[in-house]
Design a protein around this ligand. Structure first.
Ligand code: SF4
Ligand code: SF3
Length: 546
């Protein structure tokens, strides 16, 4: 049967090959087509901005932000709203036309840079063989183009979060756009694209460093924190996603309203920042990773604000309580827009919360986290001593994402099977597979050290580099450190490329290797970086821990 769509950007892609009729995530063919066209148009715009820069002409901050948010919109589980995506294509085309008019040299621009049409032609254009993943015929070129595109999507998401906190880096935007433009260039060889993949990892490190600076300069350094898992008696608002600025505005606006604020999924690490601890109504964390939201949002009883991916198309039981903002969209759900002064008005959410029952309790207890670089480095002497004394034998980085597949229970079993003298370093929502287990501590150091969100994997890299220095090693791979990373969506791709850039070898990636890696591209990663999949818990404990 002919494909209705083609998408293979996430770990849950159908049959580990590609979603061709409807997304496992719930993405419909029309939405997939519009997202493909948004990427195509954004690459076209990037070809124009890159030419402008080459001519010595400036590119505005607004255009840089348009491009990063466009990429963010197409990340898995970010946006299911066809109208919103079509609006962005229209906006991108109109900006592109303005910039084209400013170019001195318009010769030899790619077709995507010159294409322009009206909204009612978008679906037809998306269906042509010029747009979408399969527009590239050579499977290795396609694989590398998509690997880079997904890395850039992750980088764009992190840039967006840094940008809302007034941290900018024009060099990263220029690289991102020049690279998008290169993905339209048929003269690039497989070797060129391999080099570009690795270069993307370098900029991934810079992007995560920018976001780390933005977060810590604005909200302080994450610190050892106990996060309550229970509920209070007031009505609540549940906030999910990664956007700390949205959280800050929501906490400000809920002061004195009698409404509590809870985090879900990737927003959990917000509790680790000193700034957010000032808010008495910042109640705790409710539930688990993104994929359990259908059940947990229903039981929460109050409104939910999705600030980024990962949103799942909602059930009717709570659809009227689900609000989106930023790059997120779900048709039929209210979207909170950014106002011209840079603020957002969350009063519709707060007013609705006041009429809702308090959340239904899911569990009691607490989890401990806040082990980003500053907190771990504050404990460095203790950690180094524990390694020297043999109390800690090995660190295992188990960062990344969680997901629906049963095969991910591997990570719970792996954490349980680790010897008691190992420490898990984590970031991202992968932690929900083991952070509530009673894994204990080693001389007061918890056996699971959570640095934060997926972007805080940067902290894990800084910690590894500090340990390398403390032990006087010339190679990061000589540390007693193993990598067993779970991936799901495209932010994990930029984290992976960043780690490769930092010289980390022998990363195990699961629960399956990306469908977008062609056999030849996978071979390059295996031969040069020792990337491997996972097998059984028993075998992997032997391989990784010894
Ligand atoms: Fe399929 Fe993942 Fe693409 Fe959704 S994002 S359509 S699940 S590959
Ligand atoms: Fe990814 Fe949804 Fe969990 Fe940020 S964002 S880690 S899956």
């Amino acid at each position: 049967m002919e494909n209705q769509m083609f998408c293979f950007q996430c770990q849950e892609t159908a049959g580990c090959k590609g979603c061709t009729r409807v997304g496992v995530c719930g993405k419909k063919p029309e939405t997939a087509g519009l997202q493909d066209l948004l990427i195509y148009t954004t690459k076209g715009l990037s070809a124009v901005t890159t030419r402008l820069r080459a001519e010595g002409q400036p590119v505005s901050r607004e255009v840089n932000h348009l491009i990063t948010v466009n990429l963010f919109v197409t990340i898995t589980n970010a946006n299911f709203d066809d109208e919103a995506i079509a609006d962005r294509i229209e906006k991108t085309l109109s900006v592109k036309q303005e910039l084209l008019a400013r170019l001195q040299d318009r010769t030899n621009l790619p077709e995507a840079a010159l294409w322009n049409d009206a909204r009612d032609s978008f679906a037809a254009k998306a269906a042509t063989d010029k747009v979408g993943v399969l527009a590239t015929e050579n499977e290795d070129v396609r694989s590398l183009r998509e690997l880079i595109t997904y890395g850039l999507k992750g980088l764009a998401a992190y840039m967006k979060h840094a940008n809302v906190l007034d941290h900018e880096n024009e060099a990263i935007d220029a690289f991102l756009q020049a690279t998008l433009a290169k993905l339209l260039d048929d003269s690039l060889t497989v070797n060129d694209l391999v080099a570009l993949t690795l270069e993307t990892g370098k900029w991934g490190v810079d992007g995560m460093a920018l976001l780390d600076a933005a977060n810590t300069e604005t909200y302080g350094n994450p610190e050892l924190t106990k996060v309550d898992l229970g509920v209070r008696k007031n009505p609540g608002i549940l906030i999910s996603g990664h956007d700390l600025k949205d959280l800050e505005m929501l906490l400000e606006q809920t002061q004195g309203t009698g409404v509590d604020v809870y985090t879900h999924g990737e927003m959990l690490p917000a509790h680790y920042y000193p700034k957010f601890k000032q808010y008495k109504n910042f109640a705790g964390n409710y539930g688990n990773a993104w994929w359990q939201q259908k059940d947990e949002f229903e039981k929460f009883n109050g409104p939910i604000l999705m600030t980024t991916n990962c949103v799942v198309p909602p059930k009717d039981s709570y659809k009227d309580r689900l609000f989106t903002t930023g790059a997120v969209g779900v048709s039929g759900c209210q979207h909170i827009e950014l106002k011209a002064d840079g603020t957002k008005d969350f009063s519709p959410i707060i007013e609705l919360a006041k009429k809702c029952a308090a959340p239904t309790e899911l569990e009691q207890g607490e989890i401990v986290g806040g082990f980003a670089h500053a907190q771990v480095l504050a404990l460095a002497d203790k950690v180094v001593e524990a390694v020297k004394s043999g109390a800690i034998k090995k660190f295992v980085v188990m960062a990344g994402c969680d997901g629906r597949m049963k095969s991910r229970e591997y990570y719970t079993e792996f954490a349980k099977a680790l010897p008691k003298d190992t420490i898990i370093l984590t970031a991202g929502c992968a932690k929900y597979k083991y952070i509530k287990l009673p894994l204990g501590d080693i001389g007061g150091i918890p056996r699971v050290l959570d640095a934060g969100q997926c972007n805080d994997s940067y902290s894990l890299a800084l910690i590894a580099m500090a340990l390398q220095k403390a032990f006087g090693l010339d190679d990061i791979n000589k540390l007693p450190l193993a990598f067993n990373i779970a991936w799901y969506e495209q932010k994990a791709v930029i984290v992976l490329l960043a780690l490769l850039h930092l010289g980390v070898k022998n990363i195990h990636l699961g629960p399956t290797l990306p469908a977008f890696l062609s056999p030849n591209v996978a071979k390059v990663l295996v031969e040069n970086f020792g990337i491997a999949g996972i097998s059984t818990v028993e075998d992997d404990i032997k391989t990784l821990i010894g």
